[in-house]
Design a protein around this ligand. Structure first.
Ligand code: PEP
Length: 248
C-alpha cells in the first residue's frame, strides 16, 4: 500500500502562506513515493484545492457536521467540503474532542455524513498521558475505534490515525516499540470487528512527527503513513517526511 503523508494545518496561516505551501507541494509531489494529503482551515479548502487541481496532492477538511444542512451556525457540512474540492476529512481529532467536547458517538455520526458525501474520513484516536501511565491506552483506543467507526467505514477505504494526545505538538513521541504495539493492536481490533478487509485499512501515526524521526516511525509494521501537524506547515519539512517513507 502506498504510504500516505497527511498534513493537518489546523488554524494556521493566511491565504498567502497556504498558496505558497500548496505550490511547493504541487511541484514536488510527482517525484514522491508517498501519497500526499493536506487539510487546510475551512476558508482555504477551496482555493488550495483549486491551486492543486490536476496534481496528485489531495485536499481535506479538518471537521464536518453530521447533518447536510440546517441551522448550525459556524459549521460546515460534508457535501460543502466535497463541493469545495475536498476528498478527505479529518474527524475526531483530539483537539476537537477536547475543545468541542466531541464524543465518539458524534464522531461516528460525522463519519457517516462524510462517507455519504463521498469523502474519505481520517478518524483520529489516541489516549491521554494519564491513560497511558495507567496502562489503559489499549482499552481507550479500542473503545474509541468501536464507538467512532460506522458501518461502511472499512469497505469505503476509511483511514484511522493513532495520535496519542500527549505527543501532539509536544515534541514527544512514544517509543518505536510502543507505536508498533499500538498499531498491531489496532489492526487486530479492526480485523476482529470488521473482517479481513481491515488488513488493508490505512493506519497513520500522528504526534510530533518530524524529518528527524519520520524514517524510523514510517518503517514500523502496520504504520501506513503519518498525520503531521506542526511540521506540515513548512514545505521542506513536510516533503522531507514524505521522502522518508520506506522504499517498496
Ligand atoms: C496533529 O495535530 O494531528 C499532529 C500530529 O500535530 P503535531 O505533528 O504538531 O504533533
Amino acid at each position: 500500500m502506498r504510504p500516505l503523508i497527511a498534513g493537518n494545518w489546523k488554524m494556521n496561516g493566511d491565504w498567502r502562506s497556504a498558496r505558497d505551501l500548496a505550490e511547493a507541494l504541487r511541484a514536488a509531489a510527482p517525484g514522491l513515493d508517498a501519497a500526499l494529503l493536506v487539510c487546510p482551515p475551512f476558508l482555504h479548502v477551496q482555493p488550495v484545492a483549486a491551486a492543486l487541481l490536476g496534481s496528485p496532492v489531495a485536499v481535506g477538511g479538518q471537521d464536518c457536521h453530521a447533518r447536510n444542512s440546517g441551522a448550525h451556525t459556524g459549521d460546515i457540512a460534508a457535501p460543502m467540503l466535497r463541493d469545495a474540492g475536498a476528498t478527505h476529512v479529518i474527524l475526531g481529532h483530539s483537539e476537537r474532542r477536547a475543545d468541542h467536547a466531541e464524543s465518539s458517538a458524534q464522531v461516528r455520526a460525522k463519519t457517516e455524513a462524510a462517507l455519504a458525501a463521498g469523502l474519505t474520513p481520517v478518524v483520529c484516536v489516541g489516549e491521554t498521558e494519564a491513560e497511558r501511565l495507567a496502562g489503559e491506552h489499549e482499552a481507550v483506543v479500542g473503545r474509541q475505534l468501536e464507538e467512532s467507526l460506522p458501518l461502511g467505514f472499512i469497505t469505503s477505504g476509511g483511514i484511522v490515525a493513532y495520535e496519542p494526545v500527549w505527543a501532539i505538538g509536544t515534541g514527544r513521541t512514544p517509543t518505536e516499540d510502543d507505536i508498533a504495539a499500538m498499531h498491531r493492536f489496532m489492526r487486530h481490533a479492526l480485523v476482529n470487528s470488521w473482517g479481513p478487509t481491515a488488513q488493508i485499512t490505512r493506519l497513520l501515526y500522528g504526534g510530533s512527527v518530524k524529518p528527524s524521526n519520520a524514517a524510523a516511525i514510517l518503517a514500523l509494521p502496520d504504520v501506513d503513513g503519518a498525520l503531521v501537524g506542526g511540521a506540515s506547515l513548512v514545505a521542506a519539512d513536510f516533503l522531507a517526511i514524505a521522502r522518508a517513507v520506506p522504499q517498496e
